[in-house]
Design a protein around this ligand. Structure first.
Ligand code: NAD
Length: 314
């Protein structure tokens, strides 16, 4: 009661002095703290993992990496670190750049049949001579913790229980955490990749949003972005989304990860400018990125539970 009175008194004081209006006009968006939310999710998963181990279930992720892509090495290292922290068992398969499609598919099939392995992750990109879609097709949908196989994607489109790919899943969790309602909202997504744009559009559609997907061939991009209640950028171009492209009060989600001239990580959104017009905004780093890994861990735990549940219809 006393606290409420103090807050009201403070508001009246700010209004009286014109400060509250100033603060709203200068509008600073609420920052969607992906890093904090991801930490909370990982802590809960750690508890869940301990519980599973007490029942004799040891969740395990197998990661396959082909070649020596430096960025992929960093991603793989981060995944192993997250597994370690949560208590998920982890194994890596580093394959030579020159491996054949048959050899890669054979390894995937072997892991499909290993009972102790609950999740299989194939790190992209693959060397050019390998067909990533063929490799994804070889992964059992029951172990497809990245949600990239045709079965998982099909189930997502049809509204079935499935593994949702980790970045779109992370974005949906952020909306949930911040009570950002999607029903009836105009969502505009820039980017139509199989790993971000397309599955994200399905997730938003499943939550009753009206979804527009824009891409490199979209005419008059700004016309679309300016009417978005929720604008999601997944392009891969630093500071591509500028303030003039964003509607006042829009929610802005930045999936992009780019390096600027100084080598610093930046998103696809011109954060400093756009936060002045947005109502909510995700930062880079510390936004969508940490959520992606947290949701991967979530999917591994889900895989372990489903594979050890006799009544699973998954
Ligand atoms: P991608 O290259 O597969 O797709 C980029 C998309 O942007 C394409 O659909 C293309 O049509 C569109 N595009 C390019 N130029 C455009 C333009 N001028 N106007 C409109 N659309 C344009 O990339 P991706 O794999 O979807 O990744 C996108 C970005 O998200 C990258 O920066 C990537 O690093 C990042 N990413 C981040 C996470 C994360 O966890 N935060 C996960 C995956 C990807």
């Amino acid at each position: 009661m006393l606290i409420t009175v103090i807050y009201i008194a403070k508001d009246i004081f700010l209004l009286y002095n014109g400060q509250k209006f100033e603060r709203n006009e200068g509008r600073m968006a609420t920052i969607i703290e992906g890093k904090t939310l991801a930490k909370k999710i990982r802590e809960n998963l750690k508890i869940e993992c301990e519980e599973l181990k007490k029942q004799g279930i040891k969740p395990k992720l197998a990661v396959i990496m082909v070649g020596n892509n430096p960025a992929s090495k960093v991603y793989v290292k981060n995944k192993s670190k997250a597994c370690n922290e949560i208590g998920i068992e982890y194994e890596e398969h580093f394959l030579e750049e020159t491996i054949s499609q048959q050899e890669l598919n054979d390894l995937i099939k072997k892991l499909n049949n290993e009972k102790e392995v609950n999740g299989i992750l194939l790190q992209s990109p693959l060397p050019e001579h390998l067909d990533i879609n063929q490799a994804f097709k070889a992964i059992s949908y029951r172990k497809d913790v990245d949600g990239f196989t045709p079965s998982s994607v099909g189930k997502l489109v049809m509204g079935g229980d499935t593994f949702i790919s980790c970045t779109p899943y992370g974005v949906m969790k952020m909306f949930e955490e911040y009570n950002i309602e999607l029903t009836g909202k105009d969502v505009v997504i820039i980017g139509r990749s199989n790993i971000v744009g397309k599955p994200l559009a399905q997730c938003c559609l499943a939550n009753n949003a009206t979804v527009t997907i824009c891409h490199s061939r979209t005419k008059d991009l700004k016309k679309h972005t300016q009417r978005a209640d929720i604008l999601i950028a997944a392009i891969g171009k630093a500071k591509f989304v500028t303030k003039d492209m964003v509607k006042e009060g829009a929610v802005v989600v930045d999936v992009g990860i780019n390096r600027n001239e100084e080598g610093k990580l930046v998103g696809d959104v011109d954060f400093d400018e756009v936060e002045k017009v947005a109502s909510y905004i995700t930062p880079v780093p510390g936004g969508v990125g940490p959520m992606t890994i947290a949701m991967l861990m979530n999917n591994v735990i889900k895989a372990a539970k489903e594979q050890n549940n006799e009544n699973s219809t998954f």
